[in-house]
Ligand binder design. Structure first.
Ligand code: AMP
Ligand code: MG
Length: 278
């Protein structure tokens, strides 16, 4: 148990989980079961309040069209990308939010350079896009399985930073979450998928082959997060063994980011404030 301390929220929580640009990240030093002083019961109250703020912030974004927001979720199988989308992003009006999932590329996608399929799903002004996996797969699964030569995937870190800079300079606020679970938690979650008839559809035998590559994935994540966390597109490492804390942490960081955007409702038409509807 961690010692009793004031739970971290907002800016302090975001700062703690941020991968500081231009520093090297040691994932082993981050406890996947950490809750930064929160407990489950009070955490639920905090999450509910933060979720309300998210809904309101999205309405301001939609109304003002003052920018676009891109949220990237990455993490190993069972880390909770889908659950995070359901719980946190459920705060948003579906009209202003799109989810894009990136699986094994189609032949058409493979015939293009790797960012082509990504760029089509980046958010329009006023919109939020949530990526369930992303262009980072092209330095993760592609690297671990050697799907392209090393010099090809190596050159992608700089390309990704350039791509994200381009988006950011053109009005997209980007935030990226790595859902960090322990090896043992993954074992439990995979086993649960096998054991529960209503979860079995999520399991493929190949998931066990991927699990054997745990260390290789760890190294690939560490390098991607280290090289591609920037002031304009920061990475956050979310301790995700406790699902309730994972949701809370992501919600806090998204809400904090919205606060920093200082979104305002647009002015109504001049002179309408004194109108009385007859
Ligand atoms: P799921 O998220 O469970 O639907 O699985 C999607 C699968 O697609 C995962 O095994 C990913 O590693 C794989 N995938 C995603 N992007 C790529 C990519 N660019 N190249 C190869 N495999 C990919
Ligand atoms: Mg899967």
């Amino acid at each position: 148990m961690s010692p009793r301390r004031r739970p971290l929220v907002g800016r302090a929580l975001a700062q703690r989980l941020l991968v500081k640009p231009a520093t090297s990240l040691d994932l082993e030093s981050i406890d996947p079961a950490d809750t930064l002083g929160h407990d489950k019961q009070a955490g639920a109250v905090t999450l509910a309040a933060t979720t309300d703020r998210l809904g309101e912030a999205q309405e301001r974004l939609w109304a003002s069209k003052a920018g676009a927001v891109l949220i990237v979720l990455q993490g190993i199988d069972t880390s909770g990308k889908g659950g995070t989308i359901r719980h946190v992003m459920g705060a948003f009006d579906p009209q202003g939010c799109r989810v894009a999932s990136f699986g094994v590329p189609s032949p058409e996608e493979l015939a293009h350079e790797y960012l082509w399929r990504i760029h089509r799903h980046t958010p329009a002004r006023g919109m939020i896009a949530i990526f369930d996996r992303s262009h980072y797969e092209d330095v993760l699964v592609v690297r671990v399985h050697g799907l392209v030569p090393q010099d090809v995937w190596r050159s992608r870190y700089d390309q990704i930073v350039a791509f994200e800079r381009h988006l950011a300079e053109n009005g997209t606020t980007i935030l990226k979450f790595f859902l960090h679970i322990s090896r043992d938690e993954q074992r439990k979650r995979l086993q649960a998928r096998i054991d529960a008839p209503d979860k079995r559809w999520k399991f493929r035998r190949g998931d066990l082959d991927e699990r054997r590559l745990w260390d290789e994935y760890r190294a690939a994540f560490a390098e991607a997060l280290t090289r591609c966390s920037t002031d304009f597109a920061p990475w956050y490492v979310i301790p995700a063994d406790r699902k309730w804390f994972r949701d809370l942490a992501v919600a806090e960081i998204v809400a904090h980011t919205f606060d920093r955007m200082k979104l305002e409702y647009p002015q109504g038409e001049v002179g309408i404030e004194s109108l009385v509807v007859p």
